[in-house]
Design a protein around this ligand. Structure first.
Ligand code: PM9
Length: 461
């Protein structure tokens, strides 16, 4: 009898409702990407076939979440759904206080304004675009203290999200602990390729921070995915539940910002969670200026309910196995074809190494922006640039940052695409890889002042 390798997992759901996809011709795509200034953010979604721009707000909700939407209590104040969300955040993340926000950056704005004084430093395990901008707008200076391995796409260290404790300690010695507003800890680290931080490192960062009276602000956006990697890779956590791991992770921080649009399987929503009573008091005061009353923070009651229910679903092991397993499936197929990607394969996305695709292009010819456009041209698949355009400019000198990582992110929305979609994606990336030598790059012709990657425009060279 022929022996077959049996799959260890499959999606823990079946499909109840579908949304048709539209295919376009190469001629149509040549026109649409030109009109979009070769920026995938400026494409209309109707012109996209498989949308791997982001996993943010693009998730498929469950019937349990949709049912919860019908139970939205749309009272201006004291909505029942706020209390459901508060209970879920306390139970799964362990923080004392909750301030809902319309999405992650709403929470980033609040905490940056509350804790940062002009001229302060804010270390972090690699920058994230919106997080760093809010820190800078509040008068802070971001300092990258991630380990060097994170900046090397081919390095296979299992916890490339770790903080380099020596870098962190050197900063404390150099500027003084009183000049450090707080440290931001991302888990997983998006810009490094969805790479996790280890529990051991989280604990050590918290201890060093406490010793120096520095607060730890956790970016919990993809913390459930990080918890899955800890379970799989870190000794001593094999038999712990995701919920137990998440609670321990959060216990090594003072507050958390959260974009519910990722881990929490919703289309909109976020929050700030805090232990300290005084910071909570200030956040409650400020949320009414920027977001809405402290019991809705810019969200409808139904959105808070969907997020509260999403928390319970997101930390199920079979969900995380299928979610991360899908990304891993694509990554392994690409590696088999010899295509350069960031390794180890991360949690939410595959990151193509554009410098290796186009060694003929210097960084100011925007290799990753070019690669994202080429992929769209080939198949209508939409990806995102994560290189020099995303990195932006140094706010003091006005010069471009030249990040070591020049990447294109194929980001997988949760519970949305099938394995056949994954295969079509792999085949398209392979085609673009085959045709890499004739590519000439792009020129930037319009640059917005903030978060330029969203709206910048380019022309073909
Ligand atoms: N991340 C993403 O596509 C959406 C906007 S930027 C292209 O990866 C982290 C780690 C994020 C993140 C958003 C935010 C901001 C904070 N931290 O988008 O404001 O990945 O909900 O969250 C995006 P909001």
């Amino acid at each position: 009898m022929k022996q077959i390798q049996r799959r260890s997992w499959a999606e823990p759901f079946k499909i109840k409702s579908v949304e048709p996809l539209r295919m376009t011709t190469r001629e149509e795509r040549e026109q649409t990407i030109k009109e979009a200034g070769y920026n995938t953010f400026l494409l209309r979604s109707r012109d996209v076939y498989i949308d791997l721009l982001t996993d943010s707000g693009t998730n498929a909700m469950s019937d349990f979440q949709w049912a919860g939407m019908m139970l939205g209590d749309e009272a201006y104040a004291g909505s029942e759904n706020y209390y459901n969300l508060e209970k879920a955040v306390q139970e799964f993340y362990g923080y004392k206080h909750l301030v809902p926000t319309h999405q992650g950056r709403g929470a980033e704005n609040l905490i940056s304004q509350i804790l940062i004084k002009k001229g302060d430093y804010v270390p972090g395990n690699m920058y994230f675009t919106t997080t760093r901008l809010h820190q800078e707008l509040a008068g802070g200076n971001f300092v990258d203290v991630i380990i060097d391995e994170a900046h090397d796409p081919q390095n296979t260290f299992p916890f490339k999200g770790n903080v380099d404790l020596q870098k962190y300690e050197n900063l404390i010695k150099k500027v003084g602990a009183e000049k450090i507003a707080y440290i931001t800890i991302g888990a997983t680290v998006n810009m490094a390729g969805g790479q996790p931080i280890s529990m051991e490192n989280l604990r050590a960062v918290f201890q060093l921070s406490q010793k120096n009276k520095i607060k730890v602000v956790f970016d919990a956006t993809r913390a459930m995915e990080n918890a899955f990697f800890i379970k799989k890779r870190e000794k001593g956590y094999e038999n712990k539940t995701i919920k137990e791991i998440l609670l321990e992770m959060c216990s090594y921080s003072d507050a958390a910002t959260m974009s519910g649009k990722k881990d929490l399987l919703v289309n909109i929503g976020g929050f700030l969670a805090i232990n300290d009573d005084a910071i909570f008091e200030e956040a409650r005061n400020m949320v009414v200026i920027y977001e809405g009353l402290h019991t809705y923070g810019g969200l409808a009651g139904r959105d808070m309910e969907a997020m509260a229910r999403g928390i319970q679903e997101a930390c199920q092991l079979d969900h995380l196995q299928a979610r991360i397993g899908q990304v891993e499936y694509v990554g392994n197929r690409l590696l088999e074809l010899g295509i350069p990607i960031v390794t180890p394969i991360g949690g939410h996305a595959i990151f193509l190494d554009a410098k290796k695709f186009y060694p003929q292009l210097e960084q100011l010819k925007f290799p990753a922006q070019t690669l994202a456009a080429e992929l769209y041209l080939d198949s209508g698949i939409r990806a995102m640039e994560r290189g020099i355009v995303s990195a932006g400019r140094n706010k003091e000198t006005g010069d471009h940052y030249y990040p070591k990582l020049e990447l294109v992110r194929l980001t997988f929305p949760r519970r949305v695409y099938t394995q056949a979609h994954c295969d079509v994606t792999v085949e398209s990336v392979y085609e673009v890889w085959q045709n890499r030598e004739s590519v000439k790059g792009l020129k930037m012709i319009y640059e917005p002042k903030y978060l330029r990657f969203f709206q910048a425009r380019f022309e073909k060279l």
